[in-house]
Design a protein around this ligand. Structure first.
Ligand code: 5GP
Length: 176
């Protein structure tokens, strides 16, 4: 099978929307500090661009949770493979994710992080696939809703490839 990528969201569209999200978050948290949690690895490209557009004092931290393996189907198993450096107690926490699909990963992570007694906790995702939701997740900031297709690029991978594409593409498999 050969993999073909069809451009779906251009670099320009992504940049424009990320700028808007940054402005919105800046306004919503005016006068506050933010503890930004980037979920590895998929959200790295989005998190670095977005945080440059947030005009507030921020601390950037990383958390890693396994979801997909080298397949395109969610396993439903969430495992924390890298935890945060600092306590979240009394902090305004902003979780940055690449995509919310079934919602299993995020609902698990949010419940776990809420127990650490942050002042507030919000979720910002670049992409949302609402059609696929099996577990309810409150998305506070969303870049784009996408259809039920497998997307790659801008941090999102297929078997660890394509993360460095500057756009979001739809992955298609064709007979080679
Ligand atoms: P969920 O737990 O919401 O089903 O899955 C979330 C994770 O699955 C995302 O963080 C991402 O790693 C992966 N995922 C879900 N849909 C896609 C997709 O269309 N493309 C890629 N590359 N990863 C996806």
């Amino acid at each position: 099978m050969k993999e073909i990528i069809h451009e779906y969201l251009s670099e320009e569209k992504l940049n424009n929307r990320i700028k808007e999200l940054g402005e919105q978050i800046t306004a919503d948290f005016e006068g506050e500090e933010l503890y930004v949690v980037c979920i590895l690895k998929g959200a790295v490209y989005f998190a670095t661009e977005l945080t440059k557009r947030i005009n507030l004092p921020i601390t950037l931290d990383f958390m890693s949770a396994s979801s997909y393996g080298a397949d395109t189907k969610s396993s439903g198993v969430v495992k924390i493979t890298r935890d945060l450096d600092e306590s979240l107690k009394d902090k305004n926490v902003l979780i940055i994710e690449d995509i919310v699909d079934t919602g299993r990963t995020l609902s698990y992570l949010l419940e776990m992080l809420k127990k650490r007694q942050p002042k507030s906790i919000k979720l910002c995702t670049l992409l949302d696939k609402p059609e696929r939701r099996v577990t309810e997740v409150n998305v506070d900031y969303c870049g784009f809703e996408v259809p039920d297709e497998f997307v790659v690029g801008y941090g999102l991978d297929y078997a660890q490839k394509y993360r460095n594409l500057p756009y979001i593409g739809l992955l298609e498999f064709v007979e080679s």
